[in-house]
Design a protein around this ligand. Sequence first.
Ligand code: ZN
Length: 434
Amino acid sequence: MSASSAELLRAVKSRIEEIDPGQVHSHMADGPREGAGAGASTADGASPHGGSANGDSANGASAHAAPDDGAAPVIIDVRESDEFASGHLPGARHVPRGYLESRIEGTVPDRSAPIVLYCASGNRSAYAARTLTEDLGYEHVQSMTGGITLWKDRGYEVEVPRALSAEQRERYSRHLLMPEIGSDGQQKLLDARVLLLGAGGLGSPTALYLAAAGVGTLGIVDDDTVDLSNLQRQVIHSSETVGMPKVDSAEASIRALNPDVQVVKYATRLQADNIMEILAGWDIVVDGADNFPTRYLLNDATVRLQIPVVSASILGFDGQLSVFAPYRGPCYRCLFGSPPPAELAPSCGANGVLGVLPGTMGLLQATEVVKLILDIGDPAIGRLLLYDALAATLTEVKVRRDPDCPICSRDPDSITDEEMGVFPDYEAFCAAAG
Ligand SMILES: [Zn+2]
């Protein structure tokens, strides 16, 4: 280190607060940081905002609470991804110093929260602490003296993330190169459980790309067999699998593409009497259903189970996509309170569709799924994207939650089996289309 950089470091350290690893360790032993319980804030009576009785208090109370000595801080590792992957403080979040400005808000939105930064030896975290305090307005930032090196010397515990195998590092190398994904993100993808409704036009490309990306468990619900007329767009199947159940054909393609992926097959139709059982335990549902009764049923069950649904539909040259995240945004019934006129319903018989269109829409779905798993970007929640293939335009329509929605305006536990999937009689509905 040159004389001038040593001076600069000294100057920076004189302007920030430092904390000894021993103190960080004892904070950890106290357990995770508490969300400023009502008892604590009223007992000291110090906060002028403490008396606020609105419904936000459960989420907002900590914003006004000064960090007392007992509150465990948010611990952030500011080293590079490979350093973090080789071992970090238990429970530490990872925000590399180079991404501090762009990512800290996503990691710690509350600027009054106590934060401890660390690196290898305490220098990079000192610079990072200055940035958080002086440039970004964080109020209680400390840099851990001696970094993880001193932490280890003291004999404190280090958490080593599960490592990817050499083959996985090669297979997912283009993900590992992206700071937004890295090995942590790839591990999240491998741990994710995504249920695909249908292995048809939309489900085919979605399943293939999710499998390629390393989404570890894919469920497929489809009771159909592969037909020659499917192959114009359902690219997960092939001429050799015509006549085979779609779930088996899809499983074979996924296995061939990526042996990391477990396939759970449901060779059945999603119905009121099996939906709760099938949906249990999945993180995200991809809706490629081709009929309205299933879409309404799926909506009602996923709101009840609070599972996000990435939904798309196609007809002719047009596609639609939205993400329905229960209670965060509108549900399918908020958007389509009643089904469209029967003559416009695409599911009442065979309809024409441009062969490449489900590929486009299915991959938009796959993209939204990956974003939800990684918790990155801006998912299409509360937005309906309309793709016009002939015009080559993508239009966005904002959608709000309906305060009178028969399903999502209510508590999830109050939605009964009898109310799920309520929909006009389907035969009659289609017959009316003539
Ligand atoms: Zn709703």
